[in-house]
Design a protein around this ligand. Sequence first.
Ligand SMILES: NC(=O)c1ccc[n+]([C@@H]2O[C@H](COP(=O)([O-])OP(=O)(O)OC[C@H]3O[C@@H](n4cnc5c(N)ncnc54)[C@H](OP(=O)(O)O)[C@@H]3O)[C@@H](O)[C@H]2O)c1
Length: 330
Amino acid sequence: MSKKVLITGASGFVGSFLVEKALDLGFDTYAGIRSSSSLEYLQDDRINLCYIDFENLAELTEILETQRFDYIIHNAGLTKAKDEASYYKVNTDLVSTLLQAIERSEIPLTKLVLISSLAAYGPADLTSEGVVKENSIPQAVTAYGKSKWEAEKILKSSSKVPYNIVRPTAVYGPREQDFLTVYKMINQGLELFVGYQTQKLTFIYIEDLVEQIFNIMLIAKSGKNYFISDGHYYSASQLHNYIKSALQKKTVKLRLPLFIVKGLAHITEFTSRFTGKYPPLNPQKVAELKCKSWVCDISPLQKDFDFKPKYYLAEGIENTIKWNKQRKLI
Ligand SMILES: NC(=O)c1ccc[n+]([C@@H]2O[C@H](COP(=O)([O-])OP(=O)(O)OC[C@H]3O[C@@H](n4cnc5c(N)ncnc54)[C@H](OP(=O)(O)O)[C@@H]3O)[C@@H](O)[C@H]2O)c1
């Protein structure tokens, strides 16, 4: 009989690809969603839709008792929010609720995988070796990152549940919305740079990420945690050049000082109160843009799984732009 996996946040960018990978691997796949979630990428008949209200511990416990999942990938999370409390309410508290439900249901879970983030540790700027590693001191620079770190601490202190934590750097690929704003801007002929320092940016293509999440879930020892990027670092200019080349566009370059971008971020955040859609450029994003380096240590992944990404940034961006163009999103 196929093993059962529950993937929370299945309606989102990463979640929808996790669901597809689980189906490819032959799992009996449960997509954890809310009644308000989009089903756009959850159309495969083999998907079992599992409506979860994390506010209702008794109901979640009952779902676990009934379904008796072998694996849970807790991927639901809030990457953008209008206030700090919302990050903790979702990114930290949902982990706590899920752990309580697992413990109450007493299901013999083989593994719980938490999708955290490199943001939980913050940038490499303050590390002695210039690389964020498992034993680096976490120094998150955003409420998002801090809420993810709090979630990690809760999971680590729960002795009963076998687990792994995965910390991706910026994930990109088809279906992703924030980079799409950058592709669109460049497509319109404008290249926007922030500040005057060269940054070391890191990325992971969605297909490579989901493959490694399943390797970790199936093979890694409980308690082992992994950062993931494609192993290279890039400047903002390199990223833009790959986008320009994929779009075959010429651009005008505009470099804005950080304080102007900060001001703009506050304006876009304020106006989002009226649109209800939280903007990709917001004060939390500016805190990240200020950092010099997002280099993280992927040697544990290389050692344990012989990890070599299928996609570095140039090919990944080309695929992503092709996908967006086919759907006339650019
Ligand atoms: N994208 C990245 O660059 C990146 C990098 C590092 C880590 N991560 C982590 O990867 C995970 C997925 O991110 P993503 O980029 O795929 O984000 P996304 O597209 O915004 O998807 C987030 C998912 O979480 C669900 N969710 C949000 N609030 C919820 C709540 N209160 N209760 C239940 N479900 C809730 C959403 O459900 P609805 O559809 O119903 O809103 C959605 O399915 C997150 O944990 C994020 O922190 C992402």
